[in-house]
Design a protein around this ligand. Structure first.
Ligand SMILES: Nc1ncnc2c1ncn2[C@@H]1O[C@H](COP(=O)(O)OP(=O)(O)OP(=O)(O)O)[C@@H](O)[C@H]1O
Length: 255
């Protein structure tokens, strides 16, 4: 693994008509590491993730993906390097689970070419990894919300991208599957992928992140998870009283 970040953002800014979401934000995503983005509702997490994924042009700043300007890459070239799982990810309900997962290989296919053996193998591996083998031939519209979320995760894994960006992937998952999700993300990181996740569950975030971004009230704290997600910073960001006991966070409404 090289020391160069897989994705490097410098000076990112985003302003709404009436407020700033972030201004001059610098962030490096490194292979082998999980970075978690947290912050109150409306703080700008999804906005930041969309910019880092190349879906929206940042209002200011620049982003490099594996050494190239993100803005200069074609959508297909970008998607071969970076996979993005949005917060709400619709899927055609009649498609079979195996077909949805195979769609994750689209950026890798030769132009107008059918899936090759290598694509089928990557999709099958992603299905197996998420424990979805038994669902492979079911229409995705028949699955529960949590099952569908795992299918979308498998679709993202099938792309075999160097950087993965996930917007609240644990939302709607039971605790077992949420922990399983982070186990998969840690395994991905162990394979040299750079992982960025927006997460509302601060205990999950603190347990699994190496690095962190805390967005609140127009300010971005960026750095090692242990420093950024301190009780003091979290309490201030969410407007609550935060304490740490036995390594766990406890929150109370501030009076
Ligand atoms: N197209 C848009 N035009 C104007 N404002 C927008 C637009 N998209 C998002 N916003 C606003 O930008 C702010 C940040 O939205 P964003 O979705 O990034 O927040 P978030 O931190 O992901 O929130 P949540 O935790 O609720 O998912 C919100 O106040 C939202 O209303």
């Amino acid at each position: 693994m090289t020391d160069a970040p897989a994705l490097a953002a410098r000076g990112l800014s985003h302003r709404l008509a009436d407020r700033v979401l972030y201004d001059g934000l610098d962030l490096d995503l490194r292979r082998g590491r999980i970075c978690v983005v947290a912050g109150p509702n409306g703080a700008g997490k999804s906005t930041l993730l969309r910019a880092l994924a190349g879906l929206d042009r940042p209002q200011a700043g620049r982003i490099e993906l594996l050494g190239d300007s993100l803005a200069a890459l074609s959508p297909a070239a970008r998607a071969r390097r970076l996979a993005y799982l949005p917060q709400h990810c619709p899927a055609e309900p009649d498609l079979l689970v195996r077909e949805v997962v195979l769609l994750g290989r689209l950026p890798n296919l030769p132009r107008f070419g059918p899936p090759r053996d290598v694509d089928a193998a990557a999709a099958a591996a992603a299905l197996a990894r998420l424990g979805l083998g038994a669902f492979a031939d079911r229409p995705v519209g028949q699955l529960s919300g949590g099952e569908r979320q795992r299918v979308m995760l498998a679709r993202m894994l099938a792309a075999e991208a160097a950087v993965v960006i996930l917007d609240e992937p644990a939302a709607g998952l039971d605790i077992g599957h949420a922990l399983g999700l982070y186990r998969h993300l840690r395994a991905l990181a162990g394979e040299g992928v750079a992982v960025l996740v927006a997460e509302h569950d601060l205990d999950l975030a603190r347990r699994h992140a190496d690095d962190a971004v805390l967005l609140a009230a127009g300010r971005a704290r960026v750095g090692p998870c242990s420093a950024v997600f301190s009780p003091e910073h979290l309490g201030a960001a969410f407007g609550v009283v935060a304490r740490e006991r036995d390594g766990r966070l406890w929150f109370e409404a501030s009076t």
